[in-house]
Design a protein. Structure first.
Length: 72
């Protein structure tokens, strides 16, 4: 499954990550950048590290899981 990870710097200097499942691909850098600006401007999310004050990074992450048959 793929996820879009949005990473922000908090007021306490910590990196805060929010993940969204099934992102639209290819990711539009302008749209992601604008969305992150809106999240910061509207103080849309609560973080234990304080308010989100700046963008850190964004990325699409893919994780593959393969079950192992243990014969149980």
């Amino acid at each position: 499954m793929k996820k879009l990870e949005l990473k922000f710097k908090s007021a306490m200097g910590k990196i805060v990550t929010y993940s969204l499942d099934h992102p639209v691909e290819p990711a539009d850098p302008l749209a992601v950048n604008a969305a992150m600006d809106q999240i910061i401007a509207q103080n849309a999310f609560i973080s234990t590290g304080g308010d989100l004050i700046e963008k850190h990074s964004a990325r699409v992450v893919e994780r593959n899981t393969v079950d192992i048959d243990l014969g149980i």
